[in-house]
Design a protein around this ligand. Sequence first.
Ligand SMILES: Cc1cc2nc3c(=O)[nH]c(=O)nc-3n(C[C@H](O)[C@H](O)[C@H](O)COP(=O)(O)OP(=O)(O)OC[C@H]3O[C@@H](n4cnc5c(N)ncnc54)[C@H](O)[C@@H]3O)c2cc1C
Length: 303
Amino acid sequence: MLTCDTYHLPTTLRDALELWSEAPEGSRLVSGATDILPWAREGRAGDVHIPSFVDVTRVAEFEGHSLANGRITLGANVVYQDFLTDGVLKHLLPCMPYCAIWFADDQIREQATLAGNLANASPVADGTPAVAALNGAVEIARLEDGEIKTRRFTVSDFILGPGRTVLQPGEIITSVSLDALAGYGGSFQKVGQRRSLVISIACCAALVKADSTGRVFDDVRLALGGVGPRPIRLNAVESQLRGERISRRTIDRAAQLAADEVASRSRQEYRRSVVIGFVKAGIEEALENQPDVDVKFEEMENA
Ligand SMILES: Cc1cc2nc3c(=O)[nH]c(=O)nc-3n(C[C@H](O)[C@H](O)[C@H](O)COP(=O)(O)OP(=O)(O)OC[C@H]3O[C@@H](n4cnc5c(N)ncnc54)[C@H](O)[C@@H]3O)c2cc1C
């Protein structure tokens, strides 16, 4: 059984920060609790006692999203289901619906926050490569002499290693900000023992924009998860593709380069074929999904 002495449900950021900074040792901060509950059960036949839970799901400042200067800022309580149902999020974050559809099941998606997924810092979390591809940044807040102070990190700097982040005692994620990429096509590739419910062993987020002719790569964003402790952004592959004509040959070359880049940055050679397959499928699916542009592969035009 999981028990606690106190269960706090603050409704403002200040109250949450006060409760969390004063919580006795061993206390837990929770949002959706989809990681915490399995953690409490793991390897234990029953009893886990927590002094205090600070549940942030009612903090008003953590609700919804806002758009400014080409970036969308998601409150810490945005859940995976929102990426499937919120029209603005679907439009501006084109890889997120594909990430969400393979994430757990309906019930977990309604509870699981993106912020909690990042804070958990699992090397195989689905959210980290998707956020990395969207140039994501995490904002965290703490109380200092009674004042709310904030710090901001790119997702790669926020995650220090498996299960480790820059979060210090008393700190809480307030939001995650991302590039707003209307007009891009998105994709998310994932392998695990099953595609959902079982956590993936590797995954790839892709965002692609063909130019108005549909023949040339205007922009490409690619990030992999599960091939190292932190998400890997495939910068060299992206640069190689930008400005290139869209063809199967170009995509094949990019996929080979991705595998070389991963091999040089991780020791997991066995995943080479997975990386090649992901990058190809990710780019092709993202091109298919790009709205308003009829994408033309060079080979098809010459056939
Ligand atoms: C059946 C099942 C299937 C799953 N499938 C997937 C999957 O397909 N892909 C995947 O990536 N994950 C999966 N997960 C893992 C989990 O659902 C995600 O990691 C989820 O996004 C965590 O969010 P949460 O809001 O539930 O976090 P919680 O469980 O509430 O918290 C997780 C961690 O984050 C911290 N935290 C939460 N919110 C904040 C905040 N605002 N500030 C600071 N720290 C915070 C908590 O203290 C805790 O350490 C699955 C879990 C289950 C049980």
